[in-house]
Design a protein around this ligand. Structure first.
Ligand code: GEK
Length: 245
């Protein structure tokens, strides 16, 4: 079993040289604490993935968790699959994340097989899929590579299969963007982050995580061919969509 995750203090001291955020060993060592205290609605989204697994996953199919980090979504899906002969494919290109995911999966006794892959999700073949989760990961893919990826996911899904896409979003206009950003920062403050931590993390991540609006996501999913696209959850500037083939 992975050691108890430590508290995220990565940005607590003034950093003279701020470098772009990466999912390295340091980040992996505090990641469960970091994401829970930073992403409003994260725990609800993880819990609700069980509903999609229970209702969409079909016998003998494959389920993908792309950008799986330490497997929170993988396990939420795995625990609620109701049918036999399902293989879950969990993918992340950060080795320290996948290693922790491996221990977490090993400690879980649910029956579906889990295949772990340490690779770029853009290189992952998608086939015979009944469900694909992109839980806060598309936001790290360069903008011009997002449509080809979503198209490939559409191609690899079986009829009536689903894609769950959770993202940080940009609001379409002021003052909503400013209000939601303020409330997101307040959420972080109430979770114990200082103003220095919030501002240093923001600078480190601004060239790495590129948010788009909800309308941009819905338009892309429709363009890729999905017949039904819904925003099923939003908490401030974080939203989750479900797209059905
Ligand atoms: C969760 N889904 O707990 N290929 C593979 N992995 C990638 C890529 C890529 N191109 N880009 C980023 N990652 C998880 C949370 S975190 C979200 C996902 C966040 C991986 C990266 O290494 C990291 O583990 C994950 O995507 C994003 O439900 O940190 O805001």
């Amino acid at each position: 079993m992975t050691d108890k995750p430590s508290q995220d203090k990565l940005f607590a001291k003034p950093l003279t040289h701020l470098v772009d955020f990466t999912f390295d060993e340091q980040v992996a060592s505090v990641f469960p604490d970091m994401i829970r205290r930073s992403v409003p609605g994260y725990e609800t989204v993880i819990a609700m993935l069980g509903v999609f697994a229970s209702s969409l996953v079909t016998r003998g199919s494959r389920v993908y968790d792309l950008g799986c980090s330490q497997g929170a979504a993988t396990l939420a899906l795995r625990r609620h699959i109701q049918v036999p002969d399902v293989t879950l494919v969990a993918v992340d290109n950060s080795a320290p994340m996948i290693e922790r995911c491996r221990s977490n999966v090993a400690a879980d006794l649910s029956p579906s097989t889990v295949e772990l892959r340490c690779e770029n999700i853009q290189d992952t073949p998608i086939e015979n899929a009944s469900l694909v989760a992109l839980n806060y990961t598309l936001q790290f893919v360069p903008l011009d590579q997002r449509l080809p990826l979503v198209q490939r996911l559409y191609e690899g899904l079986n009829p009536a299969g689903g894609l769950i896409l959770s993202e940080k979003i940009r609001l379409p206009a002021e003052p909503q963007q400013e209000h939601f950003t303020q409330w997101h920062h307040e959420f972080k403050r109430l979770n114990g982050y200082s103003d220095l931590e919030i501002s240093q993390k923001r600078q480190a991540i601004e060239n790495v995580l590129i948010p788009e609006s909800g309308a941009d996501h819905i338009q892309r999913l429709q363009q890729a061919g999905f017949s039904q696209v819904y925003c099923w959850f939003q908490c401030f500037n974080f939203a989750s969509f479900v797209a059905i083939k």
